[in-house]
Design a protein around this ligand. Sequence first.
Ligand SMILES: [Zn+2]
Length: 423
Amino acid sequence: MKTTFERFDMKKAPIPTRFYLRPLTWVLSIPDTLKHQTIIRRHGTEGLKPPYVLLCNHNAFLDFKVATRAIYPHRANYVVAIDGFIGREWLLREVGCICKRKFTNDLTLVRQLRQVVKNGDIAAIYPEARYSLCGTTAVLPASLGKLCKLLGVPVVTLICHGHHVNSPFWNLHDRGVKPTEADFTLLYTAEELKEASADEINDRLVQAFQYDDHAWQKERGIRITYPRRAEGLQKVLYQCPACGREYRMASEETRLFCRECGKRWELTELGELRAENGETEFSHIPDWYEWERANVRREVAEGRYSTGELPVTVDSLPNAKRFIRLGEGTLIHDMNGFTVRGTDVDGDPFEMLKPVPSLYSCHIEYEYLGKHGDCVDLNTLEDTWYIYPHDCDFSVTKMALATEELYFAYREKIGRPCKPGLA
Ligand SMILES: [Zn+2]
């Protein structure tokens, strides 16, 4: 491309939230937690003072609001993906957010987090690095244990419950779930941290991060009466367990159905699936999702995973101002990882390769901003590409699952298998 764009300055030091903006963060956060009657349970965090590291699970924007209330009256610096900065860089900088590009190894980030701790503030991280697709734990980076040791301050987790079922990633409509819950737990004091190895810390974090929002909903007997509650569910459940076909699932109001074989399921008020005719293959949404993952794993194990060549539109985000249309191209996701190639508006070629070892997971979007459709988000340290397949059969969910399964298989192959829940 002939035009060069100003790049986002990732190295700018984080600042403590400006004093005049702190009431604003409260005003923006507290009312929503009251609306959802959020219950915050404290485990060893009563009277805890910063600095500390705060590790949170990630299901919806409400996560930030509950965190703001849990740490009140203290302030935090949040690690936020550049996508979240679009058009509001000034504000996010002023409230102390730290910008990162998703799933990149960024040494600058470590330096910035050390600065936060030195400022005496809370370093808030969402280590799953993406919204959960069906309300269960996503894989955590194995670098986390080491990072905690390096920062040398208490390690605290904030695990929220109900945020996914309230506003699932595949259909963000707020279902008014209440009460939602959060566990605010001191995992390690600074002294205990010195004694623990990075591996031990990782094991405890994986344990602390176990959650299942659908199971939580059932246990609590929380009913969701939203009449269009199943709409969008086919984004996650893209494969029919009755006939096995992919990309033929659809939804309407409270029903999920397969356009290939015609099988239909109802999503009950308690969030369970029930077949209208015949056997209910999976009543629990995460079980269906894990079945899809197992199918992808088999394709990877047999060396035959490939999306084929998909036509795509590529948008680039060099800075936090706005997306720039890069151009049309093709995407292949296969045993070699991601290959994106195309020609930009000036007729120059563009290319991004993401080989399997370079990516343990990836961020996807469903119906991005309600007008662009589904996309895969791939990053280098300098750029973020939103890649939109069009006019073909595909599922970005399957690509996300395949990214993880390809990575796990690669680690097996080199004799350094990933531990469960870590990558
Ligand atoms: Zn079917």
